[in-house]
Design a protein around this ligand. Structure first.
Ligand code: ZN
Length: 158
């Protein structure tokens, strides 16, 4: 905990441009060709680079819904590494980690989501559920953290 505030992440740009600009002209790629309208440079590689985080997120979400939580967490970790501002990926990562019993990672990921998007309802609900499902850590001999992965409600939608 450094106390250093998280860097401000630019808002998502889901419209034309995918948050990508031509490095020379500062223009968004044309939606059909993915070329710069100014210099005609092919910006498709940049767009794909930009979208990799979302592709990883989609795959992670699919895996989580299929119950492959270990693989899902791997993909979602990749997604947030590629696109740290992708709030929904942090939320799903938090939920998947919670379902695996990795409470520390779950709390961290959900905290990240809330710092990026204060009041995010999904993140707040998941964090509340995480706190409510706290194993009796104050009771010796209680459930060990990291043990029963299936303790969290399986109904937790991811
Ligand atoms: Zn250009």
């Amino acid at each position: 905990m450094t106390g250093r505030p998280e860097p401000v992440i630019p808002r998502q740009d889901d419209g034309a441009g995918y948050g990508v600009q031509c490095p020379l002209c500062r223009l968004a790629p044309a939606p059909d060709s993915l070329r710069c309208p100014g210099c005609q440079e092919d910006l498709a590689p940049l767009v794909h680079l930009r979208l990799r985080g979302r592709l990883a997120y989609n795959e992670g979400l699919r895996l989580a819904r299929a119950g492959s939580l270990g693989e899902a967490v791997g993909e979602l970790e990749r997604a947030v590494r590629l696109e740290p501002g992708l709030v929904v990926a942090w939320v799903v990562l938090g939920k998947a980690a919670a379902r695996r019993g990795d409470r520390a990672r779950a709390a961290e990921a959900l905290g990240r989501a809330l710092r990026l998007d204060p009041g995010h309802p999904g993140a707040e609900a998941a964090l509340t559920a995480l706190a409510a499902a706290r194993p009796a850590g104050d009771r010796p001999g209680g459930e060990r953290s990291g043990g029963q992965a299936g303790h969290a409600s399986p109904a937790a939608d991811v």
